[in-house]
Design a binder for this molecule. Structure first.
Ligand code: KG4
Ligand code: ZN
Length: 393
């Protein structure tokens, strides 16, 4: 079985083609894995603009799909130009009414290439930016219309979980057997959640942020320090320098550890950002040493809270496995802190490969395979859901 996956929930346009290997376990080979980032474009504005993200996805996606098919050896050009039958053409035009760039590109693709040997499509249906999600969904529906194949809607956060556990052996990836119950810490630009997983495809959110997501806090603090978007990697780099230099943070730059003693599993990061704002205002103009101290202190504060809540969640749920996923899971300090917690508490830890921590198509494709292997039915009606909870997927 060969699966095409599409991810357009935020600022990466991503497509992958994977081929399931024979056997009971979920193993697959990656035929193509393409990610086109819009980060540089959004960086000029200091954050992701939904309308701009949608336009860029709509311009890039068809070409990316064609390239992925080509790389997978599935693209066969037609000897003679094919004319899309009138009924299907009309339906296609209705479907892509709001994506005129994509409509033109899709028509050219359908006229020029034969139906590829694909079994199904997996597409992100949420959570994310709705205008951006619609581009991926409408593309999947257009492919279904023309090439007649099943479409599986995938929850982006479940995708981050699956991406984190993938193990690579030679050319093959595998979804390994996990020891349940497991907990997942999902930390991205839009989410900060602790999820209890008694088994695959069963998710209960037991902790979440009351305001900003941790990635959002990294990005906002970075902006206060005059660092480019997305700020997470920049904060992390400065903090690392401070740590290596043994820098002691000035007393007046110390930050709170919000909700550390709240007794529950919830988070709050907006106060931390406000605290940074107050300190930055007092110290303006910022010198490099102050920026480093703030980045260092902020990363430590965020990590302290994440680690404490995870420790409590593991204790309360008796989890044997912790999975961390989402863009912020790329953060080395957070990874190391959770690794040392795993060592002392004796649970297994899964972190995503660095190439799979930020948004990509493989996370959606591998989750699609998991759904199919577990007998999920494809969906006929697909509607973008910007706030789709992992509990309902
Ligand atoms: O999962 P993701 O790619 O997109 C969303 O679904 O939100 O996560 C992006 C977030 C951004 O906030 C970015 O600053 C953060 O992940 N991020 C990091 C690091 N790399 C990316 N945060 C902290 N440290 C990093 N090394
Ligand atoms: Zn993500």
């Amino acid at each position: 079985m060969i699966l095409l996956s599409i991810e357009t929930s935020c600022d990466e346009t991503a497509v992958s083609v994977i081929k399931r290997s024979r056997g009971k376990n979920i193993k697959f080979e990656v035929l193509s894995h393409k990610v086109l980032s819009q980060v540089d474009l959004h960086a000029q504005y200091g954050g992701v603009f939904p309308a701009l993200a949608k336009r860029e996805h709509s311009r890039a996606l068809t070409q990316l799909i064609a390239e992925a098919l080509q790389e997978s050896g599935l693209l066969v050009e037609r000897a003679n130009m094919f004319h899309i039958p009138a009924v299907k053409r009309k339906r296609l035009e209705q479907l892509l009414e709001r994506e005129p760039d994509m409509l033109v590109a899709m028509k050219v693709m359908f006229e020029g290439i034969q139906k590829p040997n694909l079994s199904a499509i997996a597409v992100t249906m949420g959570p994310g930016l709705e205008p951006a999600l619609w581009v991926g969904i409408n593309a999947a529906l257009a492919l279904r219309l023309m090439w007649d194949m099943h479409v599986y809607p995938i929850n982006h956060m479940e995708g981050h979980i699956v991406a984190s556990v993938l193990s690579k052996k030679g050319r093959e990836y595998e979804v390994p057997d996990l020891e349940f119950p497991a907990c997942a810490l999902l930390i991205s630009g839009g989410h900060t959640e602790i999820v209890r997983m008694p088994k695959w495809r069963s998710y209960k959110v037991i902790g979440r942020t009351k305001d900003d997501a941790v990635g959002e806090a990294f990005d906002k603090v970075a902006r206060l320090l005059g660092l480019p978007y997305p700020g997470g990697p920049h904060i992390s780099r400065l903090a690392e320098q401070a740590r290596n230099e043994g820098l002691i943070v000035d007393e007046d730059l110390r930050l709170p550890r919000p909700m550390l003693h709240s007794g529950d599993l919830h988070f709050s990061f907006s106060g931390l950002k406000t605290s940074v704002l107050t300190k930055v205002t007092k110290r303006t103009p910022l010198d490099e040493r102050t920026k480093k101290m703030i980045a260092f202190e902020f990363e430590n504060a965020a990590t302290d809270v994440l680690v404490a809540k995870v420790k409590q969640a593991i204790y309360e749920t008796r989890a044997k496995t912790l999975i961390i996923g989402g863009g912020v899971s790329a953060n080395t300090h957070i990874r190391m802190a959770l690794k040392s917690l795993a060592d002392t508490e004796g649970f297994s830890l899964f972190v995503p490969d660095h190439t799979l921590s930020t948004d990509n198509g493989l996370m959606i494709g591998s989750t699609g395979l998991l759904h199919i292997a577990m007998g999920s039915k494809p969906k006929v009606k697909l509607i973008a859901n910007g706030s789709w909870s992992i509990e309902d997927c």
